[in-house]
Structure formats: structure tokens, C-alpha cells
Write a protein that binds this ligand. Structure first.
Ligand code: HEM
Length: 385
């Protein structure tokens, strides 16, 4: 999509689509839009065909009650509750466990030789980490994986009826699974996030049962459907830029900035959206109240006005990389950013050092999603020392 983004940035940076929604594509505009604290609730859209398409007919779905889709004061209440248990210390303490999971995955890859990077490492790592963090027993992981894969398609703007129905069914089933887990957790408390959240519900009445279930679904889905793409897109970018791959192998101190550059170069989340509740002026355009506005993170990250004329190149030591907007900005800035960075750093760093001959073993197949952008399968060869 990057060539099209460039056309929009150059020619119509605050673009109104024929369907009525707005598309913002330059770095500074995206940052300003997200920091302005606009609404995220689609019920604030002006009446019309577009609103009818994006607002569900029957009540709210699994994610709609989560902090991601709520405005203050509900957003503030729900977010502060999760922030309290999702602490930096808790995340940092996960490093040894993440290293262990990565090494085990690399051992399995070494045994296989040629294998699928998504299946062996990029998906199972974040999935295992968030499952363990939440304290969810192994159970039917395959089913949860399938359901959450369907659910995230709701992030796309336009969908056919069949997809809409599949999303609603996945939503209902995932919500039911999460509700059962919450119930189960009452009788099986542990040292985990879900126990803390259940406790919070019990103590303060600060969130109701449906909201608690929605936070669990959000953390679960956001915890793995995104990081998988950070890892896979990052490795894809490296294999296409052998000089950068060599640099990362030789200079491990590059790792932290490299993760920022992977996030910038091929953003795992391409878009997020806001709803105006009053007219919002951006450049020479006035976006009317009740509009749906897409902030294109993937485009903002490639804006040559901000990153310079080599914005389309992967440069692991690029100092501005840390200003990428892949985690959003403002009040909804990603709560899992520290965890995602840690997983990305450990997974990619160890992978490239373990397999000096890491390479493509075939064509990569993209997942076909507009928003959560990454490969569905990624054949690699890892015949190594
Ligand atoms: C919010 C991206 C990993 C939990 C967001 C948003 C973005 C994002 C763009 C903001 C959406 C908006 O402004 O509308 C990413 C990327 C990730 C990642 C690119 C990986 C590379 C994670 C992980 C978790 C997580 C690992 C949790 C375990 C959340 C939560 C929110 C959020 C709870 C909602 C925050 C709020 O509404 O206040 N993420 N995320 N994310 N993310 Fe992430």
C-alpha cells in the first residue's frame, strides 16, 4: 500500500473518501489527530448510510465494551485498572521466560530445517506470553486462535455480509469462552493478570462482568494478533536488506533501535480511527462533526517530510525511528508497547544470531488484511551451525 500512501500524502493529505470517511496520512497530522483526544465511539457518527454500516444493529460486541472503544470517563476508569496490573516491572520480569520460549522455538526450527516462521515463532511466542500473563490454561488454544483471527477482521471498514456474520459468531463464542474463564478464575486464583482483574471487579465494583470479559478479550487479541506481525514483518524486512541483517548480527547494541525501525518500516497495525464530535480543522480542511477519520499509521511512518528522503529504506540506526506512531499516540497509546518491544527484540535478535544462513525458503503469503498487516505463512530456511 506504500506507493498509494505516498500519493495521498503528496496530493491530498487530509482526504475525504467517496464513502464519506476521512483519511489522514502525514506523520505530524496523524500524531496531532491522535493526541487531540477525539472520540473512539462509533455511535457518535452522524446518521446516514456509513453509520448504518459500521454501528452494529444489536448492542455491543466483545471489543466494544473494552477500553479501546470507549471515551472518558469509562476509558479512564478501565485503562487505569489495567495499567495498575500491567506494570512495567511485571513486563520486564518476563524477559527470562520470553528468552526461554524463543530458544525452545528456535530449537524446533533447527530440527526442521525449512519451516514456517509464523507457525514456529512469530505466532506462538506472543500467544504463549499473553496466555501465561493472563493465567489462561492451555485448553483449546487452536479454537481461540481461529476465533480471534476472525474477530480482528472487524477492524476493517467494509465487509460483505458473510464476513459480518462470521465476525458476529466469533465474537459471541470468544465472549462466552472469556466469560467461562473469568468464572473459572474465581475458584482458581493465581499470580496472574486475570486474577488481579477479577479481584478488582470484586473489591471496587469498578467494572461490571461484561466489561471485565471485554478487557480480557482485548488483551488476548491485542496481545498476539499484532506482535506476530512485528516479528514476521521485521524478519521479512531484514531478509530483503542483507546489509542491515549483517549489521544487526555484528552489533547487538542496535537491537532496541532496530525494533523501532521494524515498527516504522512495516507497521503491524496500519490504521486506527477516531470520530469527531465537533468540527476538527486539519491543514486547510474542516472535518465536520460526526465524521469517521482514519489515522493511517503505516503512511505516517513513511512520511519523507518527517523521516527524510530515505524514509522508504530500512536503516536500523535511524535516530528518528523511535518517533514511529505504530503504537498510536495520545490517550489510547498502546498499553502493551513495552511487552511487544521486548518480544520483538528477543525473538528477532536471537533468531538472526542463531541462524547465520537464515533465508527465504519460498514465497511469503500475506494475510490479506488491510489493517493488521503481515504474512499468513513465511517459509524460511534455517540450516545452521
Ligand atoms: C492499543 C498497536 C501489542 C494491548 C493499541 C493501539 C495501537 C496498538 C495502534 C492504539 C489504537 C488506537 O489509538 O485507536 C500495537 C502494536 C503491537 C501491540 C503495533 C505489537 C507490535 C500489544 C500487546 C498488548 C496490547 C502485546 C497487550 C498484551 C493494547 C491495549 C490497547 C492497545 C489494551 C488499548 C489502549 C486504550 O484504548 O487505551 N495498540 N499493539 N497491544 N494495545 Fe496494542
Amino acid at each position: 500500500p506504500y506507493a498509494q500512501y505516498k500519493v495521498l500524502r503528496d496530493e491530498d493529505p487530509v482526504h475525504q473518501h467517496p464513502l464519506g470517511f476521512w483519511f489522514v496520512s502525514r506523520h505530524d497530522d496523524v500524531a496531532a489527530l491522535l493526541r487531540a483526544g477525539l472520540s473512539v465511539e462509533v455511535r457518535n457518527l452522524a446518521p446516514g448510510e456509513f453509520r448504518d454500516q459500521v454501528v452494529p444493529e444489536e448492542g455491543r460486541g466483545a471489543l466494544d465494551l473494552s477500553m479501546l472503544d470507549r471515551d472518558p470517563p469509562d476509558h479512564t476508569r478501565l485503562r487505569s485498572l489495567v495499567t495498575k496490573v500491567f506494570t512495567r516491572r511485571r513486563v520486564a520480569a518476563l524477559r527470562p521466560r520470553i528468552e526461554q520460549l524463543v530458544d525452545a522455538a528456535l530449537d524446533r526450527m533447527a530440527e526442521k530445517g525449512d519451516c514456517d516462521l509464523v507457525e514456529e515463532l512469530a505466532f506462538p511466542l506472543p500467544f504463549a506470553v499473553i496466555s501465561e500473563m493472563l493465567g489462561i490454561p492451555e485448553g483449546d488454544h487452536a479454537r481461540i486462535r481461529e476465533l480471534s483471527g476472525t474477530l480482528v477482521r472487524s477492524l476493517e471498514i467494509v465487509a460483505d455480509d458473510e464476513t459480518v456474520n462470521a465476525i458476529a459468531a466469533a465474537d459471541a463464542e470468544l465472549t462466552a469462552i472469556a466469560a467461562d474463564l473469568v468464572e473459572w478464575k474465581r475458584g482458581n486464583p493465581g499470580e496472574d493478570l486475570l486474577t488481579d482483574l477479577v479481584q478488582a471487579e470484586h473489591e471496587g465494583q469498578v467494572l461490571d462482568r461484561d466489561e471485565l470479559v471485554a478487557q480480557v478479550v482485548l488483551l488476548y487479541v491485542a496481545g498476539h494478533e499484532t506482535t506476530v506481525n512485528l516479528i514476521a514483518n521485521g524478519v521479512n524486512a531484514l531478509l530483503r536488506n542483507p546489509d542491515q541483517l549483517a549489521a544487526l548480527r555484528d552489533r547487538p547494541e542496535l537491537e532496541a533501535n532496530a525494533v523501532e525501525e521494524f515498527l516504522r518500516y512495516d507497521s503491524p497495525v496500519q490504521q486506527t480511527r477516531r470520530v469527531t464530535t465537533e468540527p476538527f480543522t486539519l491543514r486547510d480542511k474542516e472535518i465536520p462533526a460526526g465524521s469517521f477519520v482514519i489515522a493511517c499509521l503505516g503512511s505516517a511512518n513513511r512520511d519523507e517530510r518527517f523521516y527524510g528522503s530515505d524514509a522508504d529504506q530500512l536503516r536500523l540506526d535511524r535516530p528518528e525511528a523511535r518517533h514511529q506512531v505504530s503504537f498510536g499516540a495520545g490517550p489510547h497509546h498502546c498499553l502493551g508497547a513495552a511487552l511487544a518491544r521486548l518480544e520483538g527484540e528477543v525473538a528477532i535478535g536471537r533468531l538472526v544470531r542463531r541462524f547465520p544462513d537464515l533465508g527465504f525458503a519460498g514465497a511469503l503469503e500475506w494475510n490479506g488484511r488491510i489493517n493488521l498487516h503481515g504474512p499468513a505463512t513465511f517459509p524460511v530456511t534455517v540450516h545452521s551451525a
